[in-house]
Design a protein around this ligand. Sequence first.
Ligand code: AMP
Length: 595
Amino acid sequence: MAIFDATTSASARRIGKDRAALVPRPNLFDYREERARFTWADAWTMLDGLPGSRGYNIAHETVDRHAAGRHADKVAIRWIGKTGARRDLTYADLRHETNRFANALSALGVKPGERVFVLLGRLPELYIALLGALKARCVVSPLFSAFGPEPIATRVGIGEGRVLVTTPDLYRRKVEGVRDRMPSLAHVILVGDGETGGSGLHRWPALVDAASPDFEIAATDPEDMALLHFTSGTTGRPKGAIHVHGAIVAHHATGRYALDLHPDDVYWCTADPGWVTGTSYGVLAPLSNGVTSIVVEAEFDAQTWYSTLARERVSVWYTAPTAIRMMMRLGADAARGYDLSALRFAASVGEPLNPEAVVWGLEALGRPFHDNWWQTETGGIMIANFAALDIKPGSMGMPLPGIEAAILRRRESGVEVIGEPLVEGELALKKGWPSMMRGYLHEEERYAKCFVGDWYLTGDLAKRDADGYFWFVGRADDVIKSAGHLIGPFEVESALMEHPAVAEAGVIGKPDPTVGEIVKAFVALKPGHEPSEALRKELLAHARKRLGAAVAPKEIDFRGNLPKTRSGKIMRRLLKARELGLPEGDLSTLESDEK
Ligand code: AMP
């Protein structure tokens, strides 16, 4: 089924004249024409560049150029706190605050290229620190505040973090105990009140608020490293995907085309900047497009979200399937009391979006959801349902102008593009778009493995239909998507193995109707330990304490032994097939089995 988007003239007729008059023409009005015309070389003209042709810096494109122009007094970030407190930062305010942060880093002796980690809830300081550090040409790595000490220590360790911005509470609970695993960490900047002690601690007001609001961004090569986003693979440690300042051209263009951002929009991205969507589309794309961005500190609550959409007159909304499914559970009637007439465009990302959810959007919000696809490594949206194109519910849409996507089959001698429609294969992108990762930090081999010839292989299985729409099929590997967050089974297994009773652990994603998948662990115990309800609870609590609620398993089952290959690798695929009652597939490499 294809449904017309409410921003096209066809369905504008359906929603009535008054509302149609308010709908601006989509930026990407004619997909085929724009695709034929578009070049990344031309796209740079949408940006300003640093004055005096000194290169491109993300913070200039997102903040300073607007602060120096007609958007200076426009609200850049409208922050809504958990307790209802509000703070508006105009583009001019944001310029001053980020200048102060950049000066504070210089005062600490932090040099360009050094890594600044940010472990904060969605507070204004998160946005200021992220953009201020980019001004100082430091590399920023945002961490999810629901991570436990283990993922934090691993990531700061790999990234050789020199500075960490956090709160006294998070520092005490999650950092202090693993600080010895972060030898590079020289400075911790603390936001908000609360007691804590340790070396190199600085309070935000004394350090940042007291710094000068004047700062000039030094020359920045668009190929300079700007962001380090950690993501997970099937095996090994988390991977730090490197993104450069020049990625901003893709953030800008995709904000314009895939999210259809117009200058008067009030935009709300519900993702946390601790994950790549919350940075690329919760900070960079909206600000580079000069819109007003809503930031909500509180976690999901359906009624609060409806009232935020209505009260803030949100016109473009970017959210995720788990949240949409939770809203659907309340029924379309829950939306009835809210005036959602400002909403023009709704989009979703991060996990497969059920076709019913697309249609439900139209019924409950008056707008269908536009699914789009990308991943940490791509830096920005690659495939999307666009405002001016028909949506095929269940499809991720079509590639952005400037992006070539294909379905490939691996061959011994390389890869082969699958030409026939609706044949499943690996989703691949022709390399070279500006926000493509430039490496995994210190992991050249893992990076090289992502490419075959000119193609970047995404690790997703998909198919393309005869009209050119792409359809997600599944992952080619064992990573888990839970509530939109990518979780590496190896990280969870390692934390479980730290427990003295655990001999082996195998972790899978178990399908769940709301969050997509939940993390489920299978554990074999060491001699002298017996399975019991008490031990199960102890292991769940141990994992939660080490990994944090976002990553820890929700279910643990005991096994006498776990199925392994001859080389000793736990066969997660088999654990999953058995859990779900699916065919066990090829067992030729199976060496030892469950008992
Ligand atoms: P991350 O790197 O954490 O953003 O996760 C990227 C992965 O999320 C992709 O490789 C897909 O497996 C999944 N993903 C992202 N967007 C979609 C979508 N629209 N439909 C299905 N899966 C998606």
